[in-house]
Design a protein around this ligand. Structure first.
Ligand SMILES: Nc1ncnc2c1ncn2[C@@H]1O[C@H](COP(=O)(O)OP(=O)(O)OP(=O)(O)O)[C@@H](O)[C@H]1O
Length: 370
């Protein structure tokens, strides 16, 4: 098991820089997900750790030892790729044992490790089959057993669940997390599926355009996004983002003026998650509008409300549709759940429009700010 440290690690292909200098520490035994849109550099980061790519600059260290120039096979990392890449003419047993071929591991020890890895991923009964005789989920388990048989210090997973159907993905997600915790192996998983990242990882590295947009717990990224990119990328349906302008303690959004909890001046974006909005009678609310659409989604109802600040999405838990299209509604939220971002997109920590559910503080918030 190992701690991973990246110090100013960057990667370019010719003139094209695909990773900007990256600094990062992953603790021993941590499960970390690298999340981000297509092409942001997730796989490149993973391949640098695996030793499949050499960094253009910077240092990669495992437990404090520089491995930047150490060959992939000498780094003791286990890798599972999106395409399992099993050898079709070898049995499951031979496939799992394959990485030990080039190591000085005797036959009895190889047999023991193969049995152990296979039983860990619950394919002990399939060892004499060939890959073509396995389902996708079983092949994925073989690939995982093959990565674990080396007893690696680090496990690297590149979209390992993306070829599985939805039900199997959910089951494998939980299983993978349980295996990782049981082995205590430092693990990185690359995914573009935020649910996968949120449910499995201790921490998430959210990447954008070749750099880290934020590293934190799933709750950090969801509740305290550092910037508008993370705020918009994490969460489905996405956070409402409304443009406004702040002058001192006054925030103007469309025709409304709100008090701010602290001074700020400049263009801002106000962010609010759909599930944090309560739809109430217009008279009770700081912002109101007309219901433009109603989408019952089973366990929740998704509303779009046309307000002076533009369309706002609200999510109400429960099956009951409480508001019809065309109805006039008010929108309220707990003030601390509303986030403000400055003109560059960085979050203004601790700054909120001063609103609340209670009429008293609403009145206070709507006291003429000007
Ligand atoms: N060998 C290469 N030569 C030039 N550019 C490359 C090379 N490999 C990757 N890139 C570029 O580097 C960028 C990052 O690629 P990478 O595969 O790391 O992205 P990713 O976030 O894993 O994307 P995806 O989710 O689509 O797999 C992309 O713009 C890609 O086109």
């Amino acid at each position: 098991m190992a701690q991973i440290t990246l110090t100013n690690v960057s990667k370019s292909w010719g003139e094209t820089r695909v990773l900007k200098p990256m600094n990062l520490t992953i603790e021993d035994g941590e499960f970390v997900a690298i999340l981000g849109p297509s092409g942001c550099g997730k796989s490149t980061t993973l391949f640098l750790l695996a030793g499949l790519y050499a960094p253009s600059a910077g240092e990669i260290a495992f437990d404090g030892h520089d491995v930047s120039r150490v060959d992939a096979r000498d780094r003791n990392v286990g890798i599972v790729f999106q395409s399992y890449a099993l050898y079709p003419n070898l049995t499951v047993r031979e496939n799992i044992a394959f990485p030990l071929r080039f190591k000085s591991v005797g036959k009895p020890e190889t047999a023991r490790r193969v049995e152990e890895a296979a039983s860990l991923v619950q394919i002990g009964a399939l060892l004499d089959r060939r890959p073509s005789q396995l389902s996708g989920g079983q092949q994925q388990r073989v690939a995982l057993a093959r990565a674990l048989v080396k007893e690696p210090n680090i496990l690297l997973l590149d979209e390992p669940l993306s070829n599985l159907d939805a039900t199997l993905r959910i089951a494998m997600r939980a299983e993978l997390k349980a295996i990782q915790k049981r082995l205590g192996i430092t693990t990185l998983i690359v995914t573009h599926d935020q649910i996968e990242a949120i449910t499995m990882a201790d921490r998430i590295i959210c990447m954008n355009n070749g750099e880290i947009a934020q590293i934190g717990t799933p709750d950090d990224l969801y509740r305290r996004p550092n910037n508008l990119f993370v705020a918009g990328f994490i969460g489905t349906p996405p956070m409402n983002r409304v443009k406004g302008h702040a002058t001192g303690r006054v925030l103007k959004v469309a025709d409304e003026s709100f008090q701010l909890s602290a001074d700020h001046s400049g263009d801002v974006t106000f962010g609010l998650r759909p599930e944090d909005i309560s739809l109430v009678a217009p008279v009770d609310a700081p912002l109101s509008g007309l219901i433009a659409s109603v989408e019952p989604m089973g366990r929740e109802v998704f509303y779009t409300v046309d307000t002076p600040a533009g369309p706002i999405h609200a999510l109400e838990y429960g099956e009951t549709v409480r508001h019809a299209t065309g109805a006039s509604v008010g929108l309220t939220w707990k003030p601390e759940l509303g986030l403000l971002f400055d003109a560059t997109g960085d979050r203004l920590g601790g700054l909120h429009p001063d609103l609340s559910h209670s009429a008293d503080s609403r009145t206070a918030a709507l006291q003429p700010a000007l």
